[in-house]
Design a protein around this ligand. Structure first.
Ligand SMILES: Nc1ncnc2c1ncn2[C@@H]1O[C@H](COP(=O)(O)OP(=O)(O)OP(=O)(O)O)[C@@H](O)[C@H]1O
Ligand SMILES: [Mg+2]
Length: 323
């Protein structure tokens, strides 16, 4: 099935256009910047990049790829200012990695960077999965996909577990219809919508093998590595600090043991597991304090997680099966 070539009706006719060379080749306004510093000064890109560095632990290769993309966009801005119009660079991306490695978080930062540099009008991110795009019955998929595209237009469309879009075992799968529509829009409206696909590396590789059209439209493949134990501990510190909690010394040691054990268990989801573990520890702390109703609670009592709060986790009870 081939979707007709279209620009989504009612979606492109927004008053403000992203200020790069449009698909129609219209020249854009010169912002006056002639140096990289001037572009940086005119935008909040540096601030977004600094925040990315500061807030996200590890992810070195990811951060360096994001910097490369930002550099490309800054240079493109300078080119446009001098009237060296070219087609907008292709910015569709694929983020591969295991659960909880920061893909959604980085995609949101990416949307901000793209917005700061004028590649998308609004910098919002619409996160979807297959079910938001693909219908159950004939004729349902195109309207669903178009509705999502309409919402995402001017920003970033983030498709999580994108490999589910393609189900080779099902001959009449409607996912293919959604893919066709996406491909059209990714090509024709790439100056107003950036698509980021996300998913496990091996499954995305298989998906691209079966969908070469999609593969050829993705300019940037970025791999999110699993976190090392010290990185996970540091991520925990970031999360605790952001919420005004802390681990006392014994809890810190217990939490490091927790991470070591949890990492080897099934369904470990990197930073997401850290977040969940801290949530549960917080719950136990609350029960612990609650059990002592007449105790005057200091700020320190209320913000400290102790070893007991960590060690009560099931992770310490599960018998480790040695290989
Ligand atoms: N490098 C990091 N430093 C600090 N916090 C992080 C980091 N990576 C992820 N997090 C936090 O961990 C949680 C999970 O991250 P995120 O949702 O971005 O991962 P994901 O790869 O999209 O996971 P999933 O595949 O489960 O959707 C978020 O709360 C995020 O803020
Ligand atoms: Mg996610």
């Amino acid at each position: 099935m081939t979707a007709p070539a279209y620009n989504l009706p009612g979606v492109t006719a927004m008053p403000e256009k992203a200020p790069h060379a449009t698909s129609s080749g219209v020249a854009v306004a010169d912002t006056g910047a002639r140096t990289v510093s001037e572009v940086m000064a005119q935008t909040q890109v540096q601030q977004v990049m600094d925040a990315l560095d500061r807030d996200l632990v590890g992810l070195k290769p990811v951060k360096s790829r994001i910097r490369d993309i930002a550099a490309l966009l800054v240079i493109d801005r300078l080119r446009l200012n001098l009237g060296l119009a070219a087609q907008a660079p292709s910015l569709h991306m694929c983020f591969t990695g295991n659960p909880g490695t920061g893909k959604t978080t980085v995609a949101m930062r990416m949307a901000q960077i793209l917005h700061e540099l004028g590649y998308v009008r609004s910098g919002h991110l619409v996160a979807v999965t297959r079910d938001d795009l693909v219908g159950q019955y004939i004729g349902h998929t195109a309207p669903k996909t178009k509705e999502v595209l309409k919402k995402a237009m001017g920003g970033v469309l983030f498709i999580d577990e994108a490999y589910y879009l393609y189900r080779p075992e099902n001959e009449r799968d409607y996912g293919q219809e959604a893919i066709e529509i996406l491909l059209q829009v990714m090509e024709n409206q790439r100056d107003d919508l950036v698509v980021i696909l996300a998913g496990y590396k091996d499954r995305m590789d298989t998906f691209f093998q079966s969908n070469p059209g999609m593969n050829s439209r993705i300019a940037h493949h970025i791999d999110f590595p699993d976190y090392e134990e010290p990185e996970l501990a540091e991520i925990a510190q970031h999360m605790l600090k952001a919420q005004n909690y802390k681990l006392d010394d014994e809890a810190q040691v217990a939490f490091e043991r927790y991470l070591h054990l949890r990492r080897q268990q099934p369904h470990f989801a990197n930073a997401r597991s850290v977040r969940n573990a801290l949530e549960r520890a917080r719950l136990r702390q609350a029960s612990r304090l609650f059990a002592n109703p007449d105790k005057v609670l200091s700020a320190d009592d209320l913000s400290t997680l102790n070893a007991q709060d960590i060690l009560a986790s099931r992770v310490f009870q599960t018998k480790q099966v040695s290989p």
